[in-house]
Design a protein around this ligand. Structure first.
Ligand code: SF4
Ligand code: SF4
Length: 425
């Protein structure tokens, strides 16, 4: 047994099945991402983040837990990470991006729910998620039906907190959300067995603002006339942002940003001049899921922007740092997180404005609306996104898919036709 295998066995994982999962993910990552040419040198760090997710990162978290640092599992970008960090808790997204685990969820759950939910549950049910046994508590939210009904079942098995994300944005729901964030703080203080101090909360807000600012800068660099990095590599960075230790991630991203600046100056790009510039918009593509970006870039397009939760939705808007006391900082956090423009909101005009502005900033030629199967809110909102894009004269295509490979050929044909329609520069 290797050191990691011993660790997984101690955590109660099904080691042979887990090895098969890692083989499948490793082969997919190698074929779709690592084998690409002309990648920035700084991507070596972010590749390691992906490889470490089930190994070294788990060992690091287990060591931290032994030193008293508890882990809080999350499933959505509405959970204010700053509060966890200020209490020395580790917020860790548990969303699954692999097809491998889906059948294990389908034994228990209906088949016709989104693959992200099924993949997440399947990892836990099949004993192949190393984070499930080490978390002290999980935090869900009321964003979509699949998730919120799932929480009822999970909360019977593990300590659970559900944050009520409202469906409208106004003064009344703003007050409701602030109360939810306050309740979240109180629950996290219980888990951490300490109360938050203003100094610790301020430092956590500054750290996350620095991380989000680095991600905004990264997005800005991707908008260069000759994109210095592929959309697949950018996706790897975005997937890492959800798993890695925040300060280490930020320092490495700041370094990568400097490398991208010099690549832009030297006109170094993984794409030929005149490549068609695409934006992926809609559902998240979490770790393990490189499908849509890989298809687009294999067909000769360049993904230069991601209007998703594994993209701009995570890093848009910083937290106002002016408050000096805990109450003021909690209010500033609630304000920032309520700006996230998930399709669970109605109406969701902020998202349409964001799509318009990203199309302009990134010089987008066409938009791929990425909808995970059975994600009704993004699927229906796609109609308004299409209308918004049409008014700007930007072509779009909607791809509704799951995590399987079965429809890859069909999607490839549709993306090829879409790129042909966009023509050459
Ligand atoms: S799509 Fe909505 S529910 Fe899903 S992670 Fe994003 S914000 Fe959360
Ligand atoms: S992709 Fe859609 S259906 Fe799936 S968890 Fe996110 S919001 Fe829910």
């Amino acid at each position: 047994m290797t050191g990691h295998e011993r660790l997984w066995a101690e955590l109660g994982l099904d080691v042979p099945l887990h090895n098969r999962l890692l083989e499948s993910l490793g082969a997919d990552f190698q074929a779709k991402v690592e084998s690409r040419k002309n990648r920035p040198r700084g991507m070596a760090y972010f590749d390691r983040v992906i490889h470490a997710a089930h190994g070294d990162r788990v060992a690091e978290l287990v060591k931290g837990r032994a030193e008293g640092r508890k882990i809080v599992g999350t499933f959505c970008i509405y959970v204010p990470e700053e509060i966890c960090l200020a209490l020395d808790l580790v917020p860790l997204p548990l969303c699954g991006g692999t097809d491998f685990s889906v059948p294990y969820a389908e034994n228990i759950f209906p088949r016709d729910i989104c693959p992200l939910v099924k993949s997440t549950l399947g990892l836990a049910f099949s004993k192949t998620c190393p984070y499930a046994p080490i978390k002290s508590l999980a935090v869900g939210e009321t964003t979509c039906d699949a998730k919120k009904k799932t929480w009822e079942i999970l909360s019977e098995r593990v300590p659970f907190q559900v944050m009520e994300v409202p469906n409208k944005k106004n003064a009344r729901t703003g007050a409701l959300w602030l109360a939810e964030v306050r309740e979240f703080l109180a629950r996290m203080e219980e888990v951490a067995e300490r109360t938050v101090s203003a100094d610790r909360l301020k430092s956590a807000i500054r750290l996350m603002n620095r991380k989000r600012a680095a991600l905004q800068e990264f997005a800005r660099l991707r908008a260069a006339e000759r994109p210095p990095i592929s959309g697949l590599d950018a996706l790897v960075v975005y997937q890492g942002m959800l798993n890695d230790e925040p300060l280490r991630f930020t320092e490495n991203l700041e370094r990568l940003n400097r490398e991208l600046e010099s690549r832009i100056a030297g006109k170094v790009s993984p794409f030929p001049a005149g490549v068609r510039r695409l934006m992926v918009s809609g559902c998240p593509a979490v770790m393990g899921n490189w499908k849509i970006h890989s298809i687009i870039e294999s067909c000769g397009g360049a993904v230069v922007a991601d209007e998703t939760c594994t993209g701009s939705r995570y890093f848009e808007n910083l937290v106002d740092e002016s408050a000096g006391d805990v109450d003021g900082m909690v209010a500033a956090l609630a304000e920032r997180y309520l700006k996230v423009d998930c399709s669970c909101f109605t109406p969701n005009d902020e998202r349409l404005r964001s799509v318009e502005s990203m199309v302009d900033r990134h010089g987008i030629d066409g938009v791929v609306q990425y909808v995970l199967q059975f994600c009704h809110t993004y699927n229906i909102e796609a109609i308004r996104v299409e209308k918004t894009l049409k008014a700007k004269g930007i072509p779009q295509i909607k791809i509704e898919t799951d995590y399987s490979r079965e429809d890859s050929g069909q999607i490839t044909t549709r993306i090829e036709a879409f790129l042909e329609k966009l023509g050459s520069a």
